[in-house]
Design a protein around this ligand. Structure first.
Ligand code: BGC
Length: 769
């Protein structure tokens, strides 16, 4: 059973629920942005005994992929021929325990006591088992594991065994298994349906005090090396055997009254990043040999406290929500890529849903979290987009555009992986989402050099694409045949979100051009030469922006999601059985497309990001679209929460926030087993910061509109903004804004300008009076 206790820095389960374990595998996944390991059980191995319960065993490296062919029976021009797929790597998790002759299997023992913990402050997980074996031996076993933030190749495990009524031989059977497969499921489009086996073993050998397994992906020909080393804290004997696909390493010693502790280090390195991965691993093992599990935990705590210093949010009066937000932040920190090869997969490193692909989720839901906490991580995410700009240029050519770049809808290495274009490649808004986050990053950090060196090129190239895909008709600039964020409506004309974001994007492209011209003409000259950009094109950006079609329905006083949306029949919600949600698993896409029904926000999302529309229109549109939105995507409720706060309905904002804060902890979307919903996790942070605190990062500066729902007594959060740390402390009586570090600045609270300086907090009453 999962209990929310006072210590919301720990997720604790005190009952073993076998059918829930597969969900716990995602919840207890550990990672460091590079390496990720699902929370699988150590003490089971299918070769010894079939798994007694459903499981998806997984270990992954961020950005490490195989290319797998996409087969179509009716393939049209330009459809991607292959896609990347995150690879399930050799499995080093197994530690079987044998007491004398008896194997200790969880399902065969009587469980006397149990506790599974994820320590969010110290970055490790623990399983405590107090059990009685069939022969009546009572054992207390503690498994601990971590994936190191300080040493990215390292996954460390420790197991301590004690007994009150057994003394004698004990063996630990360690397995390093190269015979692994990816998870497939035929009937869920959010999972892969084929290509389970994509890794082939090259060799296994013993080196030093450990074993090394080299495996290679079938088509991308990337290598992954795994090195495993282990020892116990009492005298022991060992045998090591290589059995074609796996190492079996048996350590035998004596279990006495003081107990036995096994310590095991597993390292992973790949040929994508390392020229000599094998040497790298041997070096890691040598350097970390003396580093105890305790010491590694200290490193974890240090790295996490650095993150929490700016990221932690305290919610007084609601432990379940407090736990939810801490859990989500922890997983975001664990999963985010920290090098040029990696980004944030839709499920992070916790599972294989969406095959490890990177989507717009990063820019809109994840990046703002890091931009306002650890901006260097946000910068890394943007750099990843910069490094795949050439792929985006090529993709644009395939899609028929003479100029510019079109980012792939889903990808790992940079090429398009979407095989269903109506809800994939047609989502041209991804260009604007990426542009938007470069602009936001610039506004939040003031990093002009980064904007000029990287952002400008991405923004100009993606702006060109909008110019190319759109056209003028009756004096207005239109974009036809694209899909907006709402995937229940596809291939439409003048999608509101796309057009509004492209308008902003094109305008900023021209603005950046002029700004660069003034501030760094030499850099502009070089960039213009590199991408053959002309002044006329830039003026054309501006014109297209100013004439962009944003369709409006006068009668309803709302923006139209696209030119045909409001003419479609409404979805018959009253005739839709409850178990027919999400609709995508029960209705053909065409049926869905023909109706007014939304999977997630479109118009409402544009309102949030651009924050530039009259309140009465935002309210009317919100009410209209809310009524026809299913929130079948986990990217939906958080935006509705933010916008409910924006239009003044903070209690509704709270209701939506409740739905997002614990999506995975409570498995509300019923698919947490396939991995955590990272965008939703980012969205919970956004709902607090951008929703209740009402933060917006705008050209004129930082703006806030704090307001609290009744159920939350106090909300405290920090922001990293332009090199300053700002703390926002909200209660029902007042909001206090304090500058903890950095130079004074002016900011806006409820549209009033204030000067914020150290030791001179701004105090405003609710509503700004
Ligand atoms: C959503 C997309 C999202 C994708 C990956 C889909 O269900 O509709 O907006 O990018 O999931 O998270």
């Amino acid at each position: 059973m999962h209990v929310t206790n006072d210590d919301t820095w720990k997720i604790e389960y005190t009952k073993l629920k076998p059918e829930q374990l597969v969900v716990e595998e995602s919840l207890f996944a550990l990672g460091n942005g590079y390496l990720g390991v699902r929370g699988n059980l150590e003490e089971h191995d299918p070769l010894y005994k079939p798994y007694p319960w459903p499981t998806i065993r997984g270990t992954y490296l961020n950005g490490f992929y195989d290319d797998v062919p996409i087969t179509y029976d009716e393939k049209a021009y330009g459809f991607p021929e292959s896609k990347q797929k995150m690879v399930n790597l050799p499995d080093a998790q197994t530690i079987l325990i044998q007491i004398g002759e008896e194997w200790v299997y969880l399902d065969e023992c009587e469980l006397i006591d149990y506790k599974r913990t994820l320590d969010l402050k110290q970055g490790f997980s623990e399983r405590f088992l107090y059990l009685k074996t069939p022969s009546g031996y009572e054992l207390q076993i503690v498994f601990r594991r971590l994936v190191s933030f300080a040493f990215r190749e390292l996954f460390a495990q420790e197991v301590t065994v004690m007994s009150t009524n057994y003394e004698g031989p004990i063996s630990f059977h360690l397995v390093l298994n190269g015979d692994v497969e990816n998870y497939v499921a035929k009937d869920d489009p959010r999972l892969a349906s084929g290509h389970a086996k994509i890794l082939r073993i090259i060799q296994g050998k013993q080196i030093g005090n450990g074993v090394l397994l080299q495996a290679r992906t079938l088509r991308s020909q990337l290598d992954v090396f795994t090195y495993m080393t282990a020892w116990v804290n009492v005298p022991y004997e060992e045998t090591i055997e290589w059995k074609q696909t796996r190492f079996e390493w048996v350590i035998t010693c004596r279990l006495g009254s003081g107990g036995v502790t096994l310590y095991k280090q597993n390292f992973y390195a790949d040929s994508l990043r390392y020229e000599k991965p094998e040497d790298r691993l041997v070096e890691c093992a040598r350097d970390l040999k003396e580093v105890s599990f305790e010491r590694l935990v200290q490193h974890q705590a240090e790295k996490l406290s650095e993150f929490y210093r700016s990221a932690d949010i305290t919610i007084l009066g609601h432990p379940a929500l407090q736990e939810g937000i801490r859990f989500n932040l922890f997983h975001l920190f664990q999963a985010v890529g920290r090098d040029r090869y990696s980004n944030m997969a839709a499920k992070g490193l916790s599972g294989e849903g969406y095959e490890g692909h990177y989507f717009w989720d990063t820019e809109i839901y994840i990046l703002p979290v890091f931009m306002t906490t650890l901006p260097d991580i946000a910068k890394g995410l943007l750099l990843y987009r910069y490094y795949i700009l050439d792929d985006a240029r090529q993709h644009a050519r395939i899609m028929g555009h003479r100029k510019g770049a079109l980012y792939p809808w889903r990808t790992i290495k940079g090429t398009e992986c979407s095989s269903y274009f109506p809800a994939g490649s047609a989502q041209y808004h991804i260009n604007a989402d990426i542009g938007y986050s470069f602009i936001q990053y610039y506004l939040a950090t003031g990093d002009e050099a980064f904007l000029f060196q990287y952002g400008a090129e991405v923004i100009f190239e993606t702006a060109r694409l909008f110019l190319d895909v759109g056209h003028y008709h009756d004096g207005a600039f239109h974009i036809f045949c694209v899909t907006g964020p709402d995937e229940y409506t596809a291939l439409v004309n003048d999608n509101f979100y796309t057009n509004a974001m492209a308008k902003y994007h094109l305008n900023w492209a021209a603005k950046i051009y002029d700004f660069m011209k003034e501030k760094n003409p030499e850099a502009l000259r070089q960039l213009k030469e590199k991408i053959q950009l002309t002044e006329e094109e830039v003026r054309a950006f501006q014109t297209a922006s100013s004439r962009m079609a944003l369709l409006f329905d006068e009668e309803r006083n709302i923006h139209m999601q696209d030119d045909s949306f409001l003419r479609k029949p409404l979805w018959k919600f009253d005739e839709t059985p409850k178990d027919h949600y999400p609709l995508l698993l029960h209705y053909h896409p065409l049926v869905i497309y023909r109706h007014q029904v939304c999977k997630q926000p479109d118009v409402v999302l544009a309102y949030f990001l651009l924050d530039d529309f009259p309140l009465d229109i935002m309210k009317a549109s919100y009410n209209y679209y809310e009524a026809i939105t299913t929130h079948d995507s986990s990217l939906s409720s958080c935006i509705y929460s933010i916008m409910a706060a924006r239009i003044g309905d903070v209690e509704k904002a709270y209701q939506y926030f409740l739905k997002t804060a614990r999506t995975d902890l409570d498995n509300t979307h019923k698919n947490t087993k396939d991995g955590l919903h990272m965008a939703n996790m980012g969205g919970t942070y956004l709902a607090l910061v951008y929703g209740f605190a009402g933060v917006r990062i705008k050209e004129q500066g930082l703006t806030l509109r704090p307001q609290l729902p009744q159920a939350i007594e106090q909300l405290t959060l920090s922001l990293n903004y332009r090199g300053r740390t700002i703390r926002i402390d909200m209660s029902h009586r007042q909001t206090e804004i304090a500058l903890l570090s950095g130079e004074p600045l002016s900011l806006f609270v409820y549209d009033e300008v204030y000067l914020l300086a150290k030791h001179q907090p701004i105090v405003v009453n609710r509503g700004g009076q």
